[in-house]
Design a protein around this ligand. Structure first.
Ligand SMILES: [Zn+2]
Length: 191
């Protein structure tokens, strides 16, 4: 099983300074980078192959379409694009959007991930939906050949989530993602 973990906003050639939303002295991408690196660490401990952004080695860098080409040509089985929920009016919402076409494995993986995040984050509100072609975020997952999800597991505007930004709190998110991948692996469609 090979999983691409993409810290989005960062590593773009067209917008090298993009770090997503900035609020309360925190950049979205710094939090995403933290939970994605923790996820990579936990996955590698379980023998899962990880592809994660590396500027020096030119891994998953450049604009999103270039990263998607990289993941496609390196045969990633799953693609996870990391963000935060930056809608301050829905700060209690976990969001997972999956790529089109909505294949059976894609929908299954999105739901396994949703239930793991919901349990680990002790959250009531999980929104799982297909990306729409006219969605401004569509290009975040466009033309990926494997099940791919864009995740917003935390909010910059949720005080209990902000508690997790400190110390090792983001391991909660990392464990949820790692467990979801393991659970998916055990299904008859996992690899
Ligand atoms: Zn974002």
């Amino acid at each position: 099983m090979k999983v691409a973990l993409d810290i989005q906003h960062m590593y773009k050639s067209s917008q090298p300074d993009d770090k997503g939303r900035f609020a309360y002295g925190i950049h979205e991408a710094d939090i995403v980078k933290d939970y994605m690196h923790k996820t990579a660490f936990l996955m590698q401990q379980k023998g899962i192959d990880v592809i994660i952004n590396d500027w020096d080695k030119k891994i998953l860098t450049g604009d999103y379409w270039q990263r998607h080409q990289y993941a496609n040509s390196h045969d990633a089985h799953l693609y996870i694009a990391g963000h935060l929920n930056v809608d301050s009016t829905q700060a209690d919402q976990l969001i997972i959007e999956y790529n089109l076409p909505a294949s059976y494995p894609t929908v299954i993986f999105a739901h396994i991930l949703g239930s793991n995040l919901k349990n680990y984050m002790n959250s009531e509100k999980v929104l799982i939906k297909a990306m729409k072609a006219d969605d401004p975020e569509y290009y975040c997952l466009d033309k990926l050949l494997m099940p791919a999800v864009l995740i917003k597991p935390l909010s910059l505007y949720n005080s209990s989530h902000m508690e997790l930004f400190k110390d090792q709190g983001l391991f909660v998110v990392a464990e949820a993602i790692r467990n979801a991948v393991e659970e998916y692996q055990k299904t008859d469609i996992g690899i």
